[in-house]
Design a binder for this molecule. Sequence first.
Ligand code: ATP
Ligand code: FE2
Length: 316
Amino acid sequence: MNILGIESTAHTFGVGIITDQGKVLANVKDSYTSKDAGMILDEVSAHHKMVAEDILTQALKTAKLNWDHVDVISYSAGPGLDPCLWVGYHFAKDLAEKYHKKLVGVNHCVAHLSIGKVYNKLKDPCYLYVSGVNTQIIVFEEGKYRIIGETLDIGLGNLLDKFGRTIGLGFPAGQVIEKLAKKGNYVELPYTVKGMDMSFSGILTKCQQLYERKEANQEDLCFSIQETCFAMLAEVVERAMAHTGKQELLLVGGVGANTRFCEMLDLMCKERGAIFHKVPMDLAGDQGAMIAWEGFLRKDSYGDVEVIPHWRTDEV
Ligand code: ATP
Ligand code: FE2
């Protein structure tokens, strides 16, 4: 069985094709970009409409398949930006009607988790999902994903990007911050862990103050943001693994590209006899293959759900 998945929750429009064994046959995408880092919703959805047909054609060509070989069409129903979600939904629905395929709406965030799980052949990991918007510790229990810890304010990626904007690093800033951090020394920042949750907005304010008052330089702040935030997350994840007895950790989301972050999580796992896993770059960002795989997993329980812009992982 082959599943075709359509992603359109935010900047990226993607079409992926995957087999029922989790083998990716195609994963083609195109992302909206703008020079000033702003995102005009009408422009993003116009971008998706414009590229959709071409991306689809490329995906089928790459997979060397025609419609006879596609069994299910899945799409990202949410969470995401409303106008972008509708573009993906209408595109998917039209194809499903035209070619008489089953249509399955899936949750974008859960798709990030599922593709990482199948890629790494994991049994029952503790998930750490750290992107721009999301910072969550998730486990699967009694047939449902449960968020057992999360940020109380902004996501860690957002913190990095907002701080990056303050000091003129451009957007997104995570990768540049990682580079600058290599030359930095430690300055004390608020370490805010509350039970299983954490807060990042105080760190942003403190860093902005230190920078404006010239009390710390870019490199020191980049180094210290990383060390503080990564340590906060490593602490909470370690506790989550101890409580739940999970022996595998899976890191997903864009911040997972950070080498220092992975190093700290890997060390924490080794110390407790657990194994750390991440996802390769081509499956880490937003793309259609993960939507296709989640569509395969949900094909008997979900169908046409239109769009669900605020669909939380623990509601799936
Ligand atoms: P989602 O909708 O899944 O929550 P998103 O669009 O918010 O996704 P991702 O694409 O998963 O986010 O990740 C983007 C974030 O990753 C940005 O905030 C960016 O700064 C951060 N990032 C990218 N590379 C690095 C890096 N090397 N170190 C730290 N952060 C990074
Ligand atoms: Fe995403």
